[in-house]
Design a protein around this ligand. Structure first.
Ligand SMILES: [Zn+2]
Length: 126
């Protein structure tokens, strides 16, 4: 299925649940707590929609990104790689720290992405 078809499907599902919410709002008076929870719910729905949209867009364009997206896509790829390594370390345990993409800080022992300085304590990592 193409990017736009997937997107259309996701959006129409979300719109259905959104119009149900709107119906709820117009049916009665909503007190302050109701407003807060509605706002929170909408924020969560928005966050999820942006996430879905971003993921669809990423998958559709990562092989030929526009110039504006290149840096973000590179960052996502880097972080995804780091996550794989960090999760692998979680499974193998602390006796096997340090992989190609991560380093162990000699000062505080934090496992961080390869960088010049530790994100935890600021010590030089090289
Ligand atoms: Zn450190």
């Amino acid at each position: 299925m193409g990017f736009l078809e997937n997107l259309g499907e996701n959006l129409s599902e979300s719109l259905t649940s959104f119009s149900n919410d709107v119906t709820t709002i117009t049916k009665g008076v909503i007190d302050s707590n109701g407003l807060h929870s509605q706002i929170k719910k909408n924020d969560e729905t928005l966050k999820k929609l942006y996430e879905d949209l971003g993921r669809s867009y990423y998958n559709a364009t990562k092989d030929s990104p526009s110039e504006a997206d290149v840096q973000r896509i590179r960052q996502i790829a880097d972080i995804e790689e780091a996550q794989v390594n960090l999760r692998a370390q979680l499974q193998t345990g602390p006796e096997n720290p340090g992989t190609a993409a991560t380093v162990v800080c000699p000062k505080c022992g934090a496992v961080t992405e390869k960088a010049k300085f530790c994100k935890q304590c600021g010590a030089a990592l090289e």
